[in-house]
Write a protein that binds this ligand. Sequence first.
Ligand code: B12
Length: 214
Amino acid sequence: MEKTEWFKKAAQSILDTDDDAAKEIAQKSLEDGIDPLEMINQGFTEGIRKMGDLFDRGEVFLPGLLIASEAMTTAVAILEDALPDDKKKEKLGVIVIGTVEGDIHDIGKGIIVTMLRVHGYDVHDLGRDIPIEKFVTKAKELNADVVGSSAMMTTTQLGQKKLEDALKEAGLRDKVKTMVGGAVATDHWAKRIGADFFGETPQDTIDKLEKFLN
Ligand code: B12
């Protein structure tokens, strides 16, 4: 099957909130030699984006979105397992990343984590709903080069500003670069809170990281 057909099927399985289909499509696409990263970015991610639009328009409700998110997580996990082992590669930098306190959205952050790992970064994913102190403690412990935070809601976005302040207070701010992302983040927001940059997409994030770390 053409890879564009696989992408369409992947997206459709998310729109259908069909966990079994998503799982099967992920597995079969691998057997068919489709690049797992392309399946994530051009297939399943398209599905969750469209689902988000339907949710915004009131055509899908929260339980539907929740099931779609679970199907997405299952499929992405299968594809991630198939990614080449990059452990032997020389690491480009140590990154501590998480979704800020009060916020449980982690699909986008998970995709960023996968892409960064594939590109050779040593990524420590703290998870979601993470207290600011935990970002700081981990960054200190690992002597991190970069601290990244994801926030998907206007109510939790302030956590990204608190993180900037906490890193300053801990005397770490001149030792690490900070990146922010998530549905409500913008270049303007990053500038306003004093973060080094805003990463809009995985590629944008990777390009900017290269620039900031060199
Ligand atoms: C899926 C989803 C959920 C799922 C989350 C499942 C999960 N495990 O993540 C569930 C159903 C659980 C959920 C719950 C809720 N949600 Co919700 N959700 C969404 C939805 C539809 C899609 C988010 C998503 O996964 N997008 C796909 C990914 C691939 O894109 P992304 O997250 O933007 O990530 C990309 C970039 O932003 C970037 N990126 C992301 N993180 C980072 C971090 C760094 C460091 C960098 C550099 C880049 C980066 O790279 C990613 C890949 O390209 C959005 C709608 C939207 N337009 O975003 C609402 C949305 C975020 N949710 C919203 C809300 C309000 C809620 C709820 C309060 C419930 C409700 N009443 O609707 C709860 C919140 C619970 C909580 N305490 O957190 C609102 C937030 C409104 C606001 N502006 O404040 C949105 C915008 C929907 C809306 N229009 O109302 N949600």
